[in-house]
Design a protein around this ligand. Structure first.
Ligand code: ZN
Length: 415
């Protein structure tokens, strides 16, 4: 039976856990970084080890006095989270452990179901499958994070609208999943979740102020401001895809007209390509689609443009020009340290990146530092599931561990 140490408050233990998220540390390092005495660190560590949340992690190189020091690390199973990324075509599931290691990953097509209820049931099933595949460590799964392609009310965990997902809008996603799975859940917009993953593992590392622009079927943006995800007063911040670019432009799926999405999204590029091919424009794309213009995809346009096809190059030049103009707007507004371009249309597309950059250079204020800090993502298309699991893991380190400590030892919640 553990004897609680009254000198060790919940906050003090949490701080040590958070420091250990940065990697193994010695007592001396933990003392330096926390400001706690080495003897307090020793007590806190012994408590955390007893709970199974921290492990000995070998010794590090001898210190100045020639003595090797013991290092300590988070126990991977101290908590696990599951990330669920729901997209129009594909849904992905990933489990992360406390040390940030991927323990499970799966990808399945998102089925075209005839009701929101059926979709909810399908999503709960994906999480249950992940839990059973994890085996015994599944009992340490503490929280679920969901990345959803659509307009999300983060506070309520509610999907307001989701034009890319069949039967996917007006869903009480968080409440349903919490109830069905018995697991606390967070639901967030996919672009914001990707931003989180970029900040931890990708091109946003070291940034406190950055933008992550997600160009897929639609166009979304996550905003990192002062080290925090920015959601805005109404929770819908970041809708770069609906910046109006043309007063009498095409109708947008949001109900507006001439939005950026109607000019530069994957859907816009494919639609324009199809129209051109239907008019019989000569292009490599005619051969790539076997003369069936409806089959054209943005990937085909990217490949044809790489091969020097004029029609495909025109399409990318136009999309990239509009995207660069919109980026100039947000660069002027936010003055970020970095803009990370991600999503199926941008990933690996250096040609489109160079077009976007050139356009953004032309339209961004001359005082902004050049070259503009616009980069392509280096993360795989697991980024949504990874970010969703991270969102849940952050919540565990922010609140979950504290609740567990408070529940176990209420008398110690005063420090
Ligand atoms: Zn729109």
């Amino acid at each position: 039976m553990r004897v609680p140490n009254p000198a060790a408050s919940i906050e003090q233990r949490l701080l040590l856990l958070r420091l250990l998220r940065g990697g193994p540390r010695t007592r001396r390092e933990l003392s330096d970084q926390s400001g706690y005495s080495v003897s307090l660190v020793r007590q806190l560590l012994s408590d955390l080890v007893e709970r199974g949340w921290v492990l000995e992690h070998g010794t590090v190189a001898p210190d100045a006095r020639g003595r090797p020091s013991q290092a300590w690390a988070l126990a991977p199973d101290a908590c696990l989270t599951i990330g669920l990324d729901v997209g129009g075509d594909t849904s992905r599931v990933m489990a992360l452990d406390a040390a940030g290691t991927v323990r499970y990953r799966q990808l399945v097509p998102t089925p075209a179901l005839d009701s929101g209820h059926a979709l909810l049931g399908f999503l709960a099933g994906l999480v249950r499958h992940a839990e059973s595949a994890l085996g015994p460590p599944a009992q340490n799964v503490r929280r679920l994070g969901v990345s959803y392609s659509g307009f999300i009310d983060f506070q309520a965990g509610y999907v307001i609208a989701a034009p890319n997902i069949i039967a996917g809008d007006r869903l009480p996603l968080r409440d349903y999943l919490q109830e069905a799975l018995g697991l606390p859940a967070l639901v967030e917009d996919s672009s914001r979740v990707m931003t989180l993953a970029e900040m931890r593992y990708g091109a946003g590392q070291g940034c406190t102020d950055a933008l992550c622009v997600n160009v897929g079927a639609g166009i979304g943006m996550g905003i990192l401001a002062g080290g925090q995800l920015y959601r805005g007063g109404t929770g819908l911040a970041g809708e770069i895809g609906h910046i109006p670019m043309q007063p009498y432009g095409d109708r947008c799926r949001c109900g507006g007209q001439g939005c950026l999405e109607t000019l530069a999204s994957g859907r816009a590029i494919a639609t324009r390509a199809r129209h051109m091919l239907e008019q019989g424009m000569p292009s490599l794309l005619q051969r790539m689609t076997n003369g069936a213009p409806a089959l054209v995809t943005t990937e085909m346009v990217a490949h044809a443009a790489q091969a020097g096809d004029d029609l495909a190059l025109d399409l990318l030049n136009s999309a990239g020009m509009w995207l660069g103009m919109a980026l100039a707007t947000v660069l002027n507004l936010f003055a970020p340290q970095r803009v990370i371009l991600t999503g199926g249309v941008m990933r690996g597309n250096d040609l489109l990146l160079s077009i976007v950059r050139e356009s953004a250079e032309r339209y961004t204020l001359p005082h902004a530092a050049r070259p503009l800090p616009i980069v392509l993502t280096q993360l795989s298309d697991d980024v949504g599931a990874l970010g969703a699991a991270l969102l849940a893991l952050d919540e565990e380190f922010d609140r979950g561990f504290a609740w567990r400590l408070a529940a176990e030892s209420p008398a110690m919640d005063e420090g």
